[in-house]
Design a protein around this ligand. Structure first.
Ligand code: GDP
Ligand code: GDP
Length: 454
């Protein structure tokens, strides 16, 4: 569901201009005459990748500038009902007026978070008004220029906290990434994928063996797959930890022999990926890593799921260490975006490595769900830049200013700076690898988005 953001402010502060800027089209009418009658406008807006609905509350006649006009109040009040955030716009050039103060007083009583924007802040002429805006007691004003598109990065930063967690809620029960108990106690959504005959069904049966507490098969997630809730006893800590396992292929594959096997395993993987937090790609030690496996692995990573690889049938593997290292090298080669994926050897038949596999899956989910506080992130960032400054193609240095973690599950980071188009992939990889290795994201796919504040 799209967030709704409402623009509020006295006439002529630049509300429509801001609306146009965010919607990116000349939808609203801009006029120098204060109080031109306009309707409330809705637009689909996008700011550096945040998508929301924007509402321009212009549309009142302003006959008495010293008091909040009744029409404005009524209309704004009505608009506020559906709003998630209010952007309160003041004019940094004109300074704070009594009407601004009245709107501020009124806004403080409304049950909606307010972001104060000091518009027309381009150049120096807005400095005075910007400082005055602090006196409204609505937090730090965000200096912007709607007309020139300045300060949009700062506005993005101010909005970001209200958007965090959006994507998690759609697919997974949200939990506080800082609450380790909540993370550990939420059932781990785990999928085992792999080519036909890799041993998926055998593995699932082994996991659910007699010593496991099976809490009962659940209704189908889709027609072709079932979820099984069970409890894994961690042999290290003796803690019981809930797991929800998806079984796609196992149950039905015997009935559907006519279907093309290759295609089936990819389709199964796709279904499993939709469901899972962590995906285990099961390989067959007697066959090694095949093209199809890489295809499934890339798909898992592209969907932002935490991926680990288990080589099954280790009990019959020949030249075990050669095989292991060969697969490791082929994975690093074929999936260059995430070197060092967790790779382990298991045997569904003997049970070898299964506890380690589940333990690793829990660990991987914790990393996948982790959030680094912005301050710590930027301390690391400053060090990383000092240790290896960004290049200066053509003698012009690329300025990297700030980094923030915009989301978890999977972790996504936004890097702010200028001339980012020239930032080489190798440098982005340097940062991503640093984030993964030094900030505890381990083998999780980490996304980095580059943004140049306008
Ligand atoms: P509204 O009545 O609050 O919707 O204000 P408008 O968007 O119609 O803008 C009022 C006037 O302010 C217009 O002349 C705009 O061109 C001007 N304006 C809007 N934004 C800026 C800005 O960032 N800087 C400057 N200097 N003028 C602006
Ligand atoms: P699926 O198609 O991925 O579900 O694979 P199955 O679980 O049906 O297993 C395919 C074949 O591999 C069966 O004959 C299993 O007995 C065999 N298998 C599965 N796991 C192992 C293992 O760890 N070691 C050995 N030696 N054979 C295994």
């Amino acid at each position: 569901m799209s967030r709704q953001i409402i623009i509020i402010g006295r006439p002529n502060v630049g509300k429509s201009t801001l609306f146009n800027r965010l919607v990116g089209k000349k939808l609203a009418l801009v006029d120098d005459q204060p109080g031109v009658t306009r309707d409330r406008r809705f637009g689909e807006a996008s700011l550096l990748g945040l998508d929301f609905t924007i509402v321009d509350t212009a549309g009142w006649e302003d006959d008495d500038p010293s008091s909040l006009p009744g029409r404005m109040r009524a209309q704004t009040e009505a608009s506020l009902e559906g709003a998630d955030i209010a952007l309160f716009v003041v004019d940094a050039r004109a300074g704070i007026t009594p009407l601004d103060e009245e709107i501020a007083r009124w806004l403080r009583e409304q049950p909606v978070p307010v972001i104060l924007c000091a518009n027309k802040a381009e150049g120096r002429a807005g400095d005075g008004g910007l400082y005055e805006a602090f006196s409204l007691g609505m937090g730090d004003p965000v200096p912007i220029s709607a007309e020139h598109g300045e300060g949009m990065g700062d506005l993005f930063e101010a909005l970001l906290p209200y958007f965090e967690g959006d994507e998690e809620e759609e697919e997974f029960e949200p939990f506080d990434p800082d609450d380790e108990d909540a993370i550990n106690n939420a059932p781990l959504k785990l999928a085992i994928v792999g080519r036909p005959n890799a041993g998926k069904s055998t593995l699932i049966n082994a996991l659910l063996g007699e010593d496991r507490l099976l809490t009962g098969p659940e209704a189908g997630i889709t027609r072709d797959s079932i979820a099984i809730d069970w409890v894994w006893m961690d042999p290290e800590t003796h803690l019981e930890r809930p797991v929800r396992l998806i079984d796609t292929a196992g149950m039905r594959k015997k009935a559907l022999v006519v279907e093309k096997l290759e295609r089936m395993s990819v389709a199964d993987a796709r279904r499993a990926i939709d469901f899972a937090e962590v995906v285990v790609l099961l390989l067959d030690a007697t066959r090694g890593l095949e093209h199809q496996d890489l295809k499934i692995a890339s798909m898992v990573l592209e969907e932002g799921r935490a991926l680990m690889i288990a080589i099954n049938k280790w009990d019959v593997a020949e030249d075990a260490s050669g095989l292991f290292n060969g697969i490791k090298a082929a994975l690093d080669d074929g999936l260059a975006q995430v070197r060092g994926l967790p790779l382990m050897s298991v045997s569904a038949r003997t049970g070898k490595g299964l506890n380690q596999m589940i333990a690793a899956a829990f660990k991987l989910r914790a990393a996948w769900s982790k959030r680094v506080p912005t301050a710590a992130l930027n301390r690391w960032f400053d060090d990383a830049l000092a240790a290896n400054p960004p290049p200066a193609p053509g003698g012009k240095r690329i300025k990297l200013r700030y980094i923030t973690q915009a989301k978890t599950r999977p972790p996504g980071f936004v890097l702010f700076g200028t001339r980012l188009d020239d930032l080489p992939m190798s440098y982005q990889r340097y940062l991503i690898n640093g984030i993964r290795r030094e900030l505890g994201f381990d083998a999780v796919p980490v996304r980095l988005t580059l943004r140049t504040p306008k």
